[in-house]
Write a protein that binds this ligand. Structure first.
Ligand SMILES: Nc1nc2c(c(=O)[nH]1)N[C@H]1C(S)=C(S)[C@@H](COP(=O)(O)OP(=O)(O)OC[C@H]3O[C@@H](n4cnc5c(=O)[nH]c(N)nc54)[C@H](O)[C@@H]3O)O[C@H]1N2
Ligand SMILES: Nc1nc2c(c(=O)[nH]1)N[C@H]1C(S)=C(S)[C@@H](COP(=O)(O)OP(=O)(O)OC[C@H]3O[C@@H](n4cnc5c(=O)[nH]c(N)nc54)[C@H](O)[C@@H]3O)O[C@H]1N2
Ligand code: SF4
Ligand SMILES: [Mo]
Length: 670
């Protein structure tokens, strides 16, 4: 008889929404995925990618056994091998490398293929104990986090639902319809009450076209100057909340005296390419709003001045006292993860104190650097696809092609990276592994259970870490725990980590659980001074000021933004999503006319690091001087290198972050 049952779980992907899902399972297969109406933020709707998650979970391309390479690196020729053989081979190679070069010659490389606290972090204890090089996981937006924290400390971030009460919502470098779809509900609720939505981006995104009432198109990497220009006008026109500043802000007077005079609307217009009248209009809308709400995406921070820009933007809500107003505030990344103690998985005490740390944004350099001592002799990749997603792809692929590099990739699919592996291990999907999910876009926790048997012989990250530990001959009982033991510990840890009590029965049951917030949470300024620190003595310089991004020496700014159909390189397996319109390059018709390029023709974008080919789309959605390509397409879908052949390994001013958009390219016909 057919068994059919529906289970609640969470979306595992690296997306701020962390949607509540209802998954119907029939005879061991997921047959239907729906949004969970009980979720307090995502309220029953899903994006097109996850509406058919079963097509990913049961995709014919899922890896079902461990594989050993039989052909050239990158060619994709492999033969199946049993798990025990794979574990013996990996641990023997690791032991030999440790003996000859030291454990730091081994590098784990991972990011957020799954956001579940157990599988995301499941290998840390193994690699700490091994003494492998530490990986600085900086590829996303640490500059935004660092910069906002330099001003706001560990204060609570404003909840998205708050925006419903706002009369002025600013979507600042947020590709919302692609990357934070469910915030649209809150934005629409505010619009229905008469709110105005401003969108600030480098080109007319779909979000700007479809959601914004007011559009601002800015020159890439100059948002810090725009923030200063707005602050200048707010001060000049008496639109600041002086009582709030007096009580809650540190360094305003110094900013007014030492920095703001230089950022007149005319100067800012020159730097940002935004007409003076638009800067004035935006400053007045923000300054006169009853409850200004600022939602920060990450785009502005992926430049060499990313931290400084984040510090400057974070001054805006302070100047107008937005936190004191119902419906006002600043939403950057929410730390729902603070509700759990991930130390139960990390085992940081096993980390050897002097072990070196390597920055994942510099993978290309790290793999090719002869002077690195010890050199990297083995890389263990999981939950990430650096051959497609890491910057400076030519260098990354050159490194991965090294014959003397032992590469293991733990994956759900034979990705661009897995094709370079010596050993590939099959990974479970989120429906096959227990976990606990937290969101970075709303205050919510949710447990996910293994509701399907593993596809083929696939195993979770934690399960493989335990096998490797045993293979190394370690008999520590820590590695006898199951995924669900760890989930239970994490759930228990919420009692000591979150200041208000959660509904633990609900959390255990798998339902989404909102994290309760103190009533005055927006006014709790958790900084060393207890005030919002526009001037922060621990930073260099203590007072923020705009610095231009480094950029490249080429003709066009190159913005490579998210595509709604995929998520980083995830979902490239879904032919129905990736059919057509992939490697496209938007260019303003005036630029195309000057270069004698026509709509629909094949072009090559290039710079000192590499080149990629695109279909040219002439469009007024992008301003003259900027070209845009959306999506991180796998090499198979892209038909060769993707946008990361053009991006650089340069890091942000602080926090070691990625600078994906701080790029220039030349464009020519092919
Ligand atoms: N569908 C889909 N969803 C995703 C992802 C995806 O790839 N696809 N990626 C996921 C991940 S890992 C993340 S981190 C988030 C990212 O989500 P977002 O924060 O929305 O995306 P970003 O890549 O930071 O880029 C946002 C916008 O910044 C703009 N931008 C670039 N440079 C500048 C600038 O100098 N100034 C201004 N004002 N704007 C600029 C870009 O044009 C883009 O529209 O989304 C997640 N969700
Ligand atoms: N040009 C350009 N490049 C970018 C960006 C950009 O905007 N432009 N965005 C950057 C950003 S913000 C980010 S965060 C990075 C993300 O880059 P990556 O970390 O490479 O993310 P994905 O491409 O989603 O790859 C995640 C992989 O994890 C696998 N996976 C999923 N679940 C599991 C699991 O449980 N176990 C294991 N072992 N594997 C699993 C998936 O199959 C998938 O192949 O990309 C960056 N790259
Ligand atoms: S990818 Fe984002 S929007 Fe889509 S289901 Fe997952 S959390 Fe929701
Ligand atoms: Mo990201």
């Amino acid at each position: 008889m057919t068994q059919r049952k529906t289970y609640p779980t969470a979306c595992p992907y690296d997306c701020p929404d962390c949607c509540g899902l209802l998954v119907t399972v029939e005879d061991g297969r997921a047959v239907k995925i729906a949004g969970d109406p009980a979720h307090p933020f995502t309220r029953g709707t899903l994006c097109p990618k996850m509406a058919h998650y079963e097509r990913t979970v049961h995709h014919p391309g899922r890896l079902v056994t461990p594989l050993r390479r039989t052909g050239k690196k990158g060619a994709g020729d492999f033969a199946p091998i049993p798990w025990d053989e794979a574990i013996i081979e990996i641990t023997e190679r690791f032991r030999a490398i440790v003996k000859d070069y030291g454990a730091e010659a081994i590098l784990p490389y991972s990011y957020a293929g799954t956001m579940g606290a157990v599988q995301h972090n499941g290998y840390h204890a193994f690699f700490y104990r091994l003494g492998a090089s530490n990986l600085l996981r900086t590829i996303c937006a640490p500059a935004k986090g660092y910069g906002v924290q330099a001003v706001m400390g560990k204060s609570f971030i404003t909840a998205p639902q708050e925006a419903q009460q706002s009369d002025c919502i600013v979507l600042w470098s947020l590709s919302m319809l692609a990357s934070d779809l469910h915030f649209l509900h809150d934005v629409n609720a505010a619009k229905a009450r008469g709110a105005t939505v401003w969108c600030i981006d480098t080109y007319a995104t779909r979000t700007m076209e479809r959601v914004a009432d007011e559009r601002i198109v800015i020159r890439p990497g100059t948002d810090g100057a725009l923030a200063l220009g707005i602050l200048h006008i707010l001060h000049r026109d008496g639109l600041t909340d002086d009582a709030f500043i007096e009580r809650h802000v540190q360094g305003w007077d110094a900013l007014v005296k030492d920095v703001l005079p230089r950022y007149t609307p005319a100067v800012v217009s020159e730097i940002t390419d935004i007409p003076v009248a638009r800067i004035e209009a935006f400053a007045h809308a923000y300054g006169t709003a009853r409850a200004p709400f600022l939602r920060l995406g990450s785009g502005f921070s992926r430049y060499t001045n990313g931290v400084m820009t984040a510090r400057l933007i974070a001054c805006l809500p302070a100047a107008v006292g937005a936190y004191a107003k119902p419906g006002g505030g600043l939403l950057s990344s929410i730390s729902s993860s603070h509700a759990i103690d991930r130390e139960c998985i990390y085992h940081t005490d096993w980390k050897k104190p002097d072990t070196r740390s390597l920055n994942m944004c510099e993978l290309g350099r790290i793999l090719n650097d002869d002077k690195l001592t010890p050199p990297i002799k083995a890389i263990y990749v999981y939950s990430s696809n650096p051959a497609a997603t890491a910057p400076d792809q030519v260098q990354v692929l050159r490194g991965l092609a090294r014959e003397d590099l032992f590469t293991v990739v733990h994956e759900r699919f034979l990705t661009d990276t897995a094709r370079y592996a010596d050993i590939v291990l099959p990974a479970t999907s989120s429906l096959e592994a227990d976990d606990l999910y937290y969101s970075y876009g709303n205050y919510c926790l949710q447990r996910g259970r293994a509701i399907l048997p593993p596809v083929g012989e696939s195993k979770s990250n934690w399960q493989v870490a335990c096998l490797l530990a045993k293979g190394m001959g370690w008999d520590d009982p820590f590695f006898d725990q199951t995924d669900s033991d760890l989930v239970a510990e994490l759930i228990e840890s919420t009692r000591r980590c979150w200041e208000l009590p959660l509904d633990l029965d609900k959390l255990k049951s798998g339902e989404p659980v909102p994290l309760p917030l103190p009533e005055d949470y927006k006014m709790m300024f958790r900084t060393p001074s207890g005030k919002i620190e526009i001037e922060n003595p621990a930073e260099t310089p203590p007072l923020p000021d705009h610095v231009p991004p480094t950029g490249d020496d080429a003709a066009f700014f190159f913005v490579n933004a998210p595509d709604a159909r995929i998520l980083d390189s995830s979902f490239n397996e879904r032919e129905e999503l990736t059919r057509g319109h992939t490697m496209e390059l938007l260019m303003h018709p005036s630029d195309a006319a000057r270069l004698h390029l026509a709509d629909g023709q094949r072009v090559r974008a290039s710079n000192a690091r590499g080149a990629a080919t695109f279909t040219l789309i002439l469009s007024k959605r992008t301003p003259p001087g900027t070209v845009v390509s959306e999506g991180v397409w796998s090499h198979t879908v892209a038909g060769g290198c993707n946008t990361n052949a053009l991006t650089s390994q340069r890091l942000t001013d602080r926090a070691g972050g990625s600078t994906f958009y701080d790029v220039k390219v030349n464009v020519a016909a092919i």
